[in-house]
Ligand binder design. Structure first.
Ligand code: NAI
Ligand code: MG
Length: 496
């Protein structure tokens, strides 16, 4: 069994032997005994082997989750909240381990994984812990002779399928609201970055989460993921990832008439009006585009700038980008590491094919040998109907295009199949108000970008999704409504 020695003190020992299925509170290997490898994208070397879960493993996890759901709903909301708070504390206490695991597994720099990502994940657990005992129903007035009760009960068992770009945060974004409502679940983490989910499963158990409430099945999407979507004991599916895979999952779930929550791709605009603070807007564009190599669903890398400000804005962008430090993700000074995989690097290169090479002059670009690094680029000349211009690239590439007037700015911003986010830069209050009204997206950032809290709901419009992440709104989709009408004075048949 291949295992990178750096992982040893950070993962439970069965996991180090390839027993990476966490089912009913115990570690096991895949029923068929098969494994897949996970890589360190900064060197391309194998890190560890993961169990390759398939139908039989999905079956075992779904049965365990059914039992877990019974244990979990036997607790009061307050008790469930208490467990979630203990998990939040346990996540904080293991910040160093989560940082190391996500950095070596996904290539995201340690400056972003250990501190900020752990703080965010723990904050999500705390936020939904606080909600767990505030979920209640309502009564509906039906006159003096009847009482109507509307209750909200958990859906039952949820399958959550998460992507590789923010492994810990994306998993917790699903886990915290799903568990707060009293559901049990099976997490299928992305095959590229499953390690932090395995540590999370163990510490949640140690923090008092009953067996079977959170199960983890590692493996490939088309095998383990699809098997979970189809399984009859799974009541609902929550997915974050590409729009193409989201469509496939929704189609499969549709055949089984299961609800889906989908957080999908984007091609989000960053709009710079002529009156804006151009330097601030450029810093935002550089951060939003290059953070995590552009592998962020809400990355605002489709920059639209007022024609008169274009030259000056592009100069500010190049100046800000020249200061980036790209290299070894374990170096605390590094801001950007490698892309997640050889495949992702190849995908990005395909989008860049045929474009003038606009890679930036960045003195701090210090890639490691064998890693999946790509030099950040700003592209200003391109075909507006090309795949480069219209599809989600998920790479370190900014595209700058200019507009003449406000109407053109909003028309171009909305001219996309996606509708996730937008960042707008203006000093005019009236323009900010226009932006809020006219942009067809789930979240608008005015004079900022990526500002979020556990309480701010994000709901992808158009091909960016179905459903909501974060906020009070997220829990609604993991509950179902039950109505009971009681007649006090005797019911009379209209036929009588
Ligand atoms: P993907 O969407 O295929 O993978 C995400 C998750 O879905 C993984 O856990 C994967 O195992 C699972 N999955 C894949 N096929 C499945 C199926 N048929 N049934 C059930 N589960 C399945 O993303 P991929 O291929 O790794 O990345 C390709 C592109 O997707 C990226 O270039 C980017 O454009 C987009 N993407 C968007 C993300 C977002 O946050 N919106 C996150 C990751 C990728
Ligand atoms: Mg990996």
């Amino acid at each position: 069994m291949t295992i990178d020695p750096r992982l040893q003190s950070h993962l439970p020992s069965p996991v180090l032997q390839g027993k990476t299925l966490w089912i009913g509170g115990a570690w096991r290997a895949a029923a068929a005994g098969e494994t897949i490898e996970t890589f360190d994208p900064s060197t391309g070397k194998v890190l560890a082997e993961l169990a390759r879960g398939r139908k039989a493993d999905a079956e075992a996890a779904a049965s365990a989750a059914r039992e877990g759901a019974a244990r979990w709903t036997a607790l009061s909301g307050a008790e469930r909240g208490h467990v979630l708070r203990r998990i939040a504390e346990a996540v904080r206490a293991r910040a160093e381990s989560f940082g190391l695991l996500d950095t070596v597994d996904s290539g995201r720099p340690i400056s972003t994984t250990g501190g900020p990502s752990v703080a965010h994940a723990a904050a999500l657990f705390d936020y939904y812990a606080g909600l767990a005992d505030k979920i209640h129903g309502a009564t509906v007035p039906m006159g003096p002779d009847a009482t109507a009760l509307v209750e909200r009960e958990p859906c039952g068992v949820i399958a959550a399928i998460s992507p590789w770009n923010y492994p810990l945060e994306n998993a917790v974004t699903k886990i915290a609201p799903i568990l707060a409502c009293g559901n049990a679940m099976i997490l299928k983490p992305a095959e590229q970055t499953s390690l932090s989910a395995l540590l999370l499963a163990q510490i949640a158990h140690d923090a008092g989460l009953p067996a079977g409430v959170l199960n983890v099945v590692t493996g490939l999407g088309a095998e383990a993921g699809a098997a979970l979507v189809e399984h009859p004991l799974v009541d609902k599916v929550s997915f974050t990832g590409s729009t193409a895979t989201g469509r496939r999952i929704a189609a499969l779930a549709g055949e089984h008439l299961k609800g889906v929550v989908l957080e999908l791709g984007g091609k989000s605009p960053l709009i710079v009006f002529g009156d804006a603070d151009l330097k601030g807007a450029a810093e935002a564009a550089v951060f939003s585009t290059f953070m995590n190599n552009g592998q962020t669903c809400t990355s605002c890398n489709r920059v639209l700038v007022a024609a008169e400000a274009r030259e000056s804005f592009a100069r500010h962008c190049r100046e800000a980008a020249a200061k980036l430090r790209v290299g070894d993700p374990l170096d605390p000074a590094t801001q950007i590491g490698p892309l997640v995989s050889a495949r992702q690097l190849q995908r990005v290169e395909q989008y860049m094919d045929g474009l003038a090479d606009e890679r930036l002059d960045i003195p701090g670009y210090l890639p490691l040998e064998g890693g999946y690094f790509r030099k950040p680029a700003i592209v200003t000349t391109f075909d507006h109907e090309s795949r480069f211009a219209r599809e989600e690239i998920f790479g370190p590439v900014m595209a700058i295009r200019s507009f003449g007037d406000d109407d053109e700015a909003y028309r171009l911003a909305n001219d996309t199949e996606y509708g996730l986010a937008a960042s707008v830069w203006t000093t005019s209050l009236a323009q900010a108000e226009q932006a809020r009204r006219r942009l067809q997206v789930g979240i608008v950032w005015i004079n900022c970008v990526h500002a979020l809290s556990p309480g701010t709901p994000v709901s992808g419009h158009k091909a960016s999704g179905l459903g909501i992440e974060y906020g009070l709104e997220a829990v609604e989709q993991y509950m179902r409504v039950k109505t009971t009408v009681t007649m006090h004075g005797g019911w009379r048949s209209p036929f009588a």
